[in-house]
Design a protein around this ligand. Structure first.
Ligand code: CTP
Ligand code: ZN
Length: 156
């Protein structure tokens, strides 16, 4: 078996987005963060703990027929700053998107403060300011540490 064959646990896609070099364990968090649960009908392939050159082990996510926007990519920066985003068209990687740290994360995290107005019955869209190693609720000031982000995903 060649090295390439050995690497290809998840087959190449024709069109869509490949989220590569995720830290092992982040694939499902990334899907949750992007609101991808299969209900949209897209084909999604997930590789977990796949051997990698750059990392000892990595996760990889391939979403077919969907090109992530820059704002979707930005939100990933909070939990996956090391990831590589590849846009694929007709089997070729046509673009590698940079991951920028966003200034805020809107509508994807729930506030852990039960008294926060965003946890009332009113439909208020959550909004967190992105700090150096944490996020801060715009409404109540509650801090969510970066390593806790995955456990507060609204969409999971
Ligand atoms: N890929 C895919 N389907 C395609 C083309 C690429 O699933 N039609 C995947 C590759 O398997 C790889 C990622 O997209 O995981 C990036 O592809 P490519 O840029 O060709 O690989 P590398 O040069 O190794 O990328 P990097 O430098 O980011 O490691
Ligand atoms: Zn709050």
């Amino acid at each position: 078996m060649s090295d390439t064959d050995r690497e290809l646990r998840v087959s190449k896609i024709r069109n869509g987005t490949v989220i590569d070099h995720l830290a092992a364990g982040q694939a499902l968090n990334v899907l949750a963060l992007l609101g991808i649960d299969g209900s949209g009908g897209e084909s999604v392939s997930v590789g977990m703990n796949v051997p990698s050159d750059k990392l000892a082990k990595k996760d990889i996510v391939k979403v077919e027929d969907r090109e992530l926007s820059q704002s979707e990519v930005d939100v990933l920066a909070v939990i996956a700053p090391e990831a590589t985003i590849n846009i694929v068209r007709e089997y070729d990687v046509v673009e590698k998107k940079r991951i920028d740290r966003p200034e805020s994360v809107d509508g994807v995290l729930s506030c852990p403060n039960r008294n926060c107005i965003t946890n009332d019955d009113e439909p208020i869209r959550t909004r967190f300011a992105v700090l150096d190693d944490a996020l801060r609720c715009d409404y109540c000031g509650e801090i969510v540490r970066e390593d806790e982000v995955a456990t507060h995903l609204d969409v999971a």
